[in-house]
Design a binder for this molecule. Structure first.
Ligand SMILES: Cc1cc2nc3c(=O)[nH]c(=O)nc-3n(C[C@H](O)[C@H](O)[C@H](O)COP(=O)(O)O)c2cc1C
Length: 388
């Protein structure tokens, strides 16, 4: 266990141990501008002993937001994010941010036809009246990749130590990788090589803009978790390409938010709270009617992605971040034995930001998180928190 607390390099930066707080949407914004709660939240993670804390869902442009009041990277939010980065540094931590574009997962009513690789039905935003996506043109591809690069550059300039490019969970770059949503007939669709082309171009554009020393992590699906989606075999190819392109570390996850939202978390489905959080009566009603049949339940087990992640460990030599169901000393030992350099944690740290300090001093051996997943309901009720 002590080996997990030894310092190590992530590309050019030194991390004090192997632990990363993974991105879990905080919902701590006032009109899209990060508030003091968000700063305090990440400071508490750093004080609790994680080497690197990750701010979630940094939308790279107004259109990259899943809903209208979400944060996006621009001058006003950068001002607060700089205070956040400085505050985390003051308590000895390092900070990263997830760079994201939602693609067609949009309830942002400013955007009637959200961008996607192809024209597809928007099962995520249809209840907000946004029924179909618009296939991206060459100009869109150029503009979005530039937005990604500029956002990373601006964040580096205000003192962020790393960025995490979101290629998973069904968001835009994952929509390109997935044959389910990418039905393009040009060089960006069809074969795996073609589907991976745009996500890899975006990665390379960011790298060019921020310089080779600045760590860019990538969150990548092991698989989408349903027939007809991105597969583990395909993940091997993308992982190798990202290794060759100089990715600092791969954060391995899975699932597709509009189809298999609980594949990436496992455990309880807090249906009542999700329905209550619906933004209109129509949305609440439709959710109540259909959600119980549509949302699939996956039982929780510790280290639930380890079996799949081991296959990627055998495929690449680059640093890998294990994520998914880390909740005990025993589980951490198992991940280290399997050869992962970094360990990312979500719910055990939402439940208790001092989880690692307590593991380290031996006062606990296991998290008290029950995977009720009520924390996801709280994201939309003033900020993510554990209700236990
Ligand atoms: C409340 C909550 C919010 C989440 N928000 C995000 C997010 O914004 N971006 C993301 O990539 N993953 C998000 N996730 C998924 C987590 O990053 C992680 O993959 C998942 O919780 C499994 O890790 P764990 O078992 O350590 O919690 C979220 C998870 C939870 C519980």
């Amino acid at each position: 266990m002590q080996r997990a607390f030894q310092s190590r390099k992530l590309a050019s930066i030194e991390l004090k141990n192997s632990f990363i707080k993974t991105a879990t949407f905080e919902g701590m914004y006032d009109d899209g501008i990060p508030n003091q709660k968000l700063i305090d939240y990440h400071v508490s993670m750093a004080k609790g002993g994680v080497a690197l804390t990750t701010v979630s869902y940094g939308a790279i442009s107004p259109d990259a937001r899943t809903f209208k009041t979400q944060m996006y990277i621009h001058d006003d939010s950068l001002e607060q994010l700089k205070i956040l980065a400085d505050s985390v540094h003051q308590v000895g931590g390092k900070v990263s941010i997830q760079l994201t574009h939602c693609g067609y997962f949009s309830k942002n009513t400013d955007q009637k036809r959200p961008l996607a690789p192809s024209r597809v039905f928007n099962e995520y935003g249809c209840m907000s009246g946004i029924f179909f996506s618009r296939a991206m043109t060459a100009l869109d591809l150029e503009k979005v990749s530039e937005d990604f690069a500029k956002a990373a550059f601006d964040l580096k300039n205000i003192g962020f130590d790393a960025v995490e490019l979101h290629m998973g969970h069904g968001y835009l770059l994952s929509q390109f990788l997935s044959p389910w949503t990418n039905r393009r007939k040009d060089e960006y669709g069809g074969s795996l090589e073609n589907r991976a082309r745009y996500p890899l171009e975006v990665f390379k554009k960011i790298k060019q803009k921020v310089g080779s020393d600045f760590p860019i992590l990538v969150k990548l699906n092991l698989s989408d978790g349903f027939q007809g989606g991105f597969t583990l075999d395909e993940c091997k190819y993308v992982a190798k390409e990202l290794e060759d392109a100089g990715c600092a570390a791969l954060v391995l996850s899975g699932g597709f938010t509009s189809k298999t939202p609980f594949y990436l978390m496992r455990g309880g489905i807090p249906l009542k709270g999700m329905i209550q959080n619906g933004t209109s009566l129509a949305e609440k009603f439709t959710m109540a009617l259909f959600a119980p049949f549509i949302i699939k339940k996956y039982d929780f087990e510790p280290n639930f992605f380890l079996k799949q992640a081991r296959i990627i460990r055998e495929t690449v030599t680059m640093p890998l971040v294990y994520l998914g169901g880390v909740d005990s000393k025993k589980g951490i030992e198992e991940i280290l034995d399997a050869g992962f350099e970094f360990i990312s944690i979500g719910r055990a740290l939402i439940h208790d930001p001092d989880f690692l300090l307590k593991l380290k001093d031996g006062s606990i051996t296991k998290s008290g998180c029950t995977r009720c997943n009520q924390c996801i309901v709280e994201m939309d009720r003033g900020g993510v928190r554990c209700v236990i």
